[in-house]
Write a protein that binds this ligand. Structure first.
Ligand code: 5GW
Ligand code: MN
Length: 298
């Protein structure tokens, strides 16, 4: 990873006045801005309290969407939500949207002030690839019918993860992507984009390899992202193709065409099995252990 080519934060595309206070040179070990002048958020670059103050004043509010279908509910949901109560967007109002096929099994979580939880029943798709991909349609529909009336921003999460540090308002932006922990140190030729020209997710090259376990932004931008990805997934189905990494391939294509306005470093979604290195100064969220043998039986 090279240095940011910008001398100071004022040359960034500022989404928010407080972005002008980012210290892009405080992390010479990693890339802190993209060629299109969006910040890449690393520990040490920002003042968390300043971000909280500004977002409180602006009246930002966040929807967190998460799916817990079948065995993933018992395996992960309670730990995910409890840890989120300690670390996710503590400065602003949060609404959890839990999508599940078993509403009665959602655990009772003690929520902080200005935090609430909605449970939405969804059908269970029999193929796991469809469980993952069809999240795009469900989120898109729900932003239209509910979220856009109640929240300024939306963040979409995999459930098989645990918050371990601040995941705060510094992550809020118009269109937000996450650098995949396995690829951020790798050269572009190793990125596993979809390589089949018949798929709508096909791309020859890209900027970064983004991880589909977390994406977010303003409700409008997340609506556009999820709707487009869903339409492209459907088009692929019509043509009898499936992208290499399913929804993640479509997300990567979307971010190639529509550049994120803000990017989260892998500190925001780290796999503790990877060698840490000095570049990872904090893990704000970690991958939970995967039990594919018992969880992926369909
Ligand atoms: C089940 C088997 C194989 C793959 C996914 C599932 C599955 C996913 C499921 O049975 N129930 C479920 O709720 N999911 C949701 O989709 C979870 O929110 C999960 O975090 C997300 C993506 O699936 P993952 O986490 O297994 O995918 P990877 O890319 O993290 O391995
Ligand atoms: Mn996952």
């Amino acid at each position: 990873m090279g240095r940011c080519s910008l001398e100071s934060a004022e040359m960034l595309n500022l989404e928010n006045s407080v972005d002008g206070t980012l210290d892009l040179l405080s992390r010479p070990d990693v890339l802190t801005c993209t060629p299109w002048k969006a910040p890449i958020m690393w520990e040490g670059m920002f003042d968390p309290d300043r971000y909280d103050q500004v977002h409180k004043k602006q009246g930002s509010s966040v929807a967190l969407t998460v799916f817990a279908i079948g065995r993933y509910l018992d395996a992960y949901l309670e730990t995910f939500l409890n840890s989120s109560e300690h670390h996710f967007m503590l400065g602003v109002p949060v609404t959890y949207y839990v999508f599940t096929d078993m509403p009665e099994k959602v655990p009772n979580i003690k929520l902080g002030a200005e935090r609430s939880l909605e449970i939405i029943k969804v059908e269970r798709h029999s193929r796991w690839q469809d469980i993952s991909m069809m999240r795009m349609k469900t989120i898109s529909d729900f932003i239209d019918s509910d979220i856009r009336h109640r929240c300024t921003h939306v963040f979409c999460f995999d459930v098989d993860q645990v918050f371990t540090g601040r995941f705060g308002t510094e992550a809020l932006g118009d269109l937000v992507g996450l650098l995949h922990a396995y690829y951020f140190r790798a050269p572009r030729k190793f990125f596993t984009y979809d390589g089949n020209p018949k798929s709508k997710a096909y791309m020859e090259t890209g900027d970064f390899y983004y991880h589909a376990a977390i994406f977010g932004g303003s409700w409008k931008s997340v609506k556009a992202l999820t709707e487009t990805c869903y339409k492209n997934i459907l088009e692929d189905k019509k043509n009898n193709v499936e992208a290499l990494w399913h929804d993640e391939s479509h997300l990567n294509k979307y971010f190639w065409v529509h550049k994120p306005s803000r990017i989260l470093s892998p500190e925001y979604c780290w796999d503790p099995d990877i060698r840490y290195g000095r570049d990872i100064r904090i893990s704000r969220l970690i991958w939970a252990p995967k039990h594919y043998d018992t969880l992926r039986t369909n």
